[in-house]
Design a protein around this ligand. Sequence first.
Ligand code: SIN
Length: 298
Amino acid sequence: MITVTRIGKHLGAEISGVDLSKPLDNNTFTQIAKAFFDNEVVFLRNQKLTEAQHVAFSRRFGELEAHVRKESRKPGFPEILVVSNVLDEHDKPVGSQDAGRFWHSDLSYKKEPSLCSLLYAIEVPVKDGTALGDTQFASTTAAYEALPDEMKQRLRGMKNVHSYVYYRNKNRQAQKEAAARGGRVVTEYELSEEQLKSVPDVEVPVVRTHPVTGRKGLFVNEAHTSHVAGVSKEESDRLLAFLCRHIVQPEFIYRHTWRPGDLLMWDNCVVQHKATFDYDLPLRRLMYRTTVRGPAIA
Ligand code: SIN
């Protein structure tokens, strides 16, 4: 019997009573899946998972994606994206050092964006007894529901363009600004022509209907949305600034403070997330992420 305890106002719940390293019967899995879709973000503490167990549990939700950034994949487990500030013995990053710098949902720039992601915490930075490197999650369904009716009307049928190239340029700019401030700069990986071709820009609705729950959420994010289609640049900039600010208001957010052994999953159809970079080496953060493919947006 699992227990589900709601934590955040609009999203976020803890599931207890499950050891994911043990075989999981269909009935328990169905309860976990229901809790997940009801709460948009769920987490289980104190898990001890091998990479294979993490992958196997993730696969129960659908086919897994291997990230376009090949160098950040876990050797032997291409479905696992390593998210970490750790360097190997040659001072090479063991994974993606900058995942989650901007508010985003995973793979929103793909024709078939991700349904959900599962992040497993292995090492969490701690300073003076306080865990650092929290992740914030924002509910885009709550944000959509809170919009005035006339804005909902205005957004109906509107499309926006999500672009990996836009994200890469934005990230580069942020790196330059960080370098100018003497702040943290991370190794940048160039994507090959072939990799870039695999992630062309996509045009998707501003208001997206969830493929499982049918709830409506805002599918616009600061990392990947380059512009709103079919309007002037000024109008697009104004609308994006408004929506991106609106979505991440404190009342729509659940903030997760990590502990080693946390397995947390979020719904990429209706949740955006952002990492907190308030730690640096020698404080280490090591997480493994799997990403479940979702359907093309209808
Ligand atoms: C991500 O954006 O997938 C990583 C989030 C995090 O590291 O907190």
